[in-house]
Design a binder for this molecule. Sequence first.
Ligand code: S3P
Length: 430
Amino acid sequence: MTSLTLTAPGRLRGVIHVPGDKSISHRAVIFNAIATGEARVTNFLSGADCLSTIACVRALGVPVERTGDAVIVRGVGLRGLAEPADVLDCGNSGTTLRLLSGLLAGQPLFAVLTGDASLRSRPQRRIVAPLRALGAQLDGRDTGDRAPLAVRGATLRGGHYELPVASAQVKSALLLAALAGEGPLTLTGKIASRDHTERMLQAMGADLTVGPATLTLRPTSTLASLTLRVPGDPSSAAFWWVAAAIHPDAELVTPGVCLNPTRTGALDVLRAMGAKIDITNERLEGSEPVGDVTVRSSRLRGTTISGELIPRLIDEIPVLALAAACAEGETLVRDAQELKAKETDRIATVAAGLARLGVMVEPTADGMGIIGAPALTGAALESHGDHRLAMAWAVAALVARGETRISDPDSAAVSYPGFWETVAAVRAGS
Ligand code: S3P
């Protein structure tokens, strides 16, 4: 479909089981691929990104079977991957490209990794430079900054690396590279980013010490396979949280969402803006905290989103920008220059969409300033093939006056298959 036109319903109601978490789904397949034994991963996200991971892992000789929402991975062990016969296509998925580049840099094989035009335009020096410092041989276009990346794997030395960007993909790539290395790897610097890799590797028996400012991984000979249920993705639930908060007559419930504190920045910001949020049934599922989140119509006020909050909500900024657009007063997003390195330059693309909705917005080098508007005006909005933009614009359409047309709505399936069906269901809940 090239575009979709929506109008705002009078009421929004629904209980929405968002799909499994994207970050955890990728890791469950990649880590179990190099473990010993069979693992069953349920509530696996069958979005295009995670399917790219499955295809790549199969091309590395790992049997992976899908039945319904479950994936069965038969691990080949830390030294059992096969050299792929062809280029590995990571599609739109930065997590696939970066985590696999790190893993393969420490394996005795040759591989080339690439992806779609968006992925090939994104910066890779952030993994290439530290992997080279560990002794890895890898290269790519633009002196190693852009995919395709070519990896000639080797046994890597350990050492110390200070992370200059808070990136879970970089952190994970380095830990995977070091797993089969010669000595311990210590990471310092900006290690505070989503920590699913640390939790899952520890649950699989890796020798990983996590301190407040340091991570140390000692090489291992085996990892134990890990059967798990993937919790709901808070980055997908955030679309419904914002929709409920900004719609005048709404109550939406998202049960079973991952509440890992490295992922809950959007809830903290929405609360600070005055959103009515209830969290119930908090529990631990495997190594991850989970709970049921209910959000109701709210009167929001502007806030500042900056500093340590940013890595805890980086993927939610497109939809939080809409909350800001519907709030009273000004919201400032700062320290978020990483937005430029996502599937699109999300400072530019979000600001352009908000402007079309009639919102006063000023993009800056590391974020944007947004002045809340009394009402959004329906408009033709570009998603540029970016899944999170397409879904953020759907949320805008649920409250805007008149018609909103969203280009390339199918891109939502990168992280949220069934998103548009759920939009129809919460509208019908009216
Ligand atoms: C992810 C980490 C984040 C996030 C991305 C998924 C991951 O990127 O934006 O959608 O699964 O590790 P960073 O590497 O910038 O933290």
